[in-house]
Ligand binder design. Structure first.
Ligand code: PLP
Length: 397
């Protein structure tokens, strides 16, 4: 019999899998071009040419025993040094290789840091709406996830509610900037306020609260928006980064954690994260990918492509009377459901072959997520279908 705890995870996964299967079935039935699948956050533009070249160069130039071998569980020393150097150049920080742990994507990084930090019953706070997998990442280590309800006027951080959720048991707070699913970017001013609240709460409770800044979408920002670098604003920040989106490498599973020296118990955390990487069974982040990304830390996917999609979908839906906050980052639009039960809206949209994800998956019912990492044709051809959907609900621009 499977473990009790797994039963919940499996039940939850089957909802997502069912949606994926449904999309496939609809594509078979109606033809792929007649299905408008906005459900998946899977990058649809190729990795930059630099990445493929770097992989080939690593294979040609470097010792194959080293390329395919084990290394320090935290990653190759020179790769970690290159990541630290690149961050220092971009953000004026002072990291060295000991501050970097190469990880199996952001998901691997979060599991490593929660394994490192959490005792059973420790509380971790997340701001709705948030990436639903956080629930599992926290409960994997018997932590308790506490949710700050969304501020649906702006989808900015709801700091008033946050103060109410903080407690002496709060071990960590997760912030995801830019945000999946709202596409919102939290500006420096907001993040400074968040840091102030954390410092005050730490003093009040005699604890030190870790901020886990989950940043897989850091490079995906548009229209001049900028994502503050949190280690400069709050001493107790761990950054989780991933190349899944910035280099379109989600299947390769590569990212890193930044563990600054300013962290409370920094040395213990750096040592423990190394061990956590090993004992979780990752052992180390994929070796070839470590060596490849170290050669293209300044490369980016074609952001123009996502930006054009963002504008086309946002303008098209806004003209039809749909409401959402302006997305400035990632590749998602979080649309207000015209009816309270957003699952009914998602089901209605399916009748027009439009697939979206209910906001309940992100702890924010009443909204739906549309991922615009799709082809421009999908967006263009979906708009007449969205128009029919809008008409069903009597929406007007
Ligand atoms: N965090 C957020 C907010 C995400 O949206 C995702 C993936 O979509 C992840 C973490 C995990 O990404 P990775 O592929 O780097 O594990």
């Amino acid at each position: 019999m499977i473990a009790q705890k797994m039963k919940g995870y499996v039940a939850n996964s089957s909802v997502i899998r069912a949606m994926f299967e449904e999309g496939k079935k609809m594509a078979e039935k109606y033809g792929r071009e007649n299905v408008y699948d906005f459900s998946l956050g899977n990058p649809n533009i190729p990795a930059p040419a630099e990445v493929n070249k770097a992989i080939r160069d690593v294979l040609e130039e470097q010792d194959p025993v080293l390329v395919h071998g084990y290394m320090n569980n935290s990653g190759f020393e020179n790769v970690r040094a290159a990541v630290a150097e690149s961050l220092n150049k971009r953000f004026g920080t002072n990291f060295s290789r000991k501050n970097i742990v190469m990880t199996v994507g952001a998901a691997g990084g979060m599991n490593v840091i929660f394994k490192t930090l959490l005792n059973p019953g420790d509380e971790v706070i997340a701001f709705a709406p948030f990436f639903g997998e956080y629930r599992s990442y926290v409960s994997n280590y018997d932590g308790v996830l506490r949710v700050v309800p969304a501020d649906t006027r702006t989808f900015q951080l709801n700091l008033e509610e946050f103060e109410r959720v903080l407690s002496p048991k709060t071990k960590a707070v997760i912030v995801n900037n830019p945000n999946n699913p709202s596409g919102v970017v939290y500006p420096e001013e907001t993040m400074k306020k968040l840091a102030d609240v954390l410092v005050r709460a730490g003093k009040k409770f005699g604890t030190s609260i870790y901020l886990i800044s989950d940043e897989p979408y850091r490079e995906l920002v548009y229209g001049g928006a900028s994502v503050p670098f949190m280690t400069r604003l709050y001493h107790n920040t761990v950054i989780g980064y991933s190349f899944s989106k910035s280099l379109s490498l989600p299947g390769e599973r590569i990212g890193y954690l930044v563990l600054p020296d300013e962290l409370e118990d920094a040395e213990d955390i750096q040592a423990a994260a190394n061990v956590a990487t090993r004992i979780l069974g990752f052992v180390n982040a994929p070796s070839l990918m470590q060596l490849a990304v170290a050669r293209c830390l300044d490369a980016r996917v074609n952001l123009e492509f996502y930006d054009r999609n963002r504008k086309m979908l946002a303008e098209g839906l806004s003209r039809l009377g749909f409401e959402f906050v302006k997305p400035e980052g990632a590749f998602y639009l979080f649309i207000k459901s015209p009816v309270e039960d957003e699952t009914a809206f998602v089901n209605k949209a399916k009748e027009y072959h439009i697939l979206m994800v209910p906001g309940s998956s992100f702890a924010c019912p009443g909204y739906v997520r549309a991922a615009y990492c799709v082809s421009p044709e999908t967006i263009k051809n979906s708009l007449p279908q969205f128009a029919r959907l809008a008409a069903d609900y009597g929406l007007h621009a």
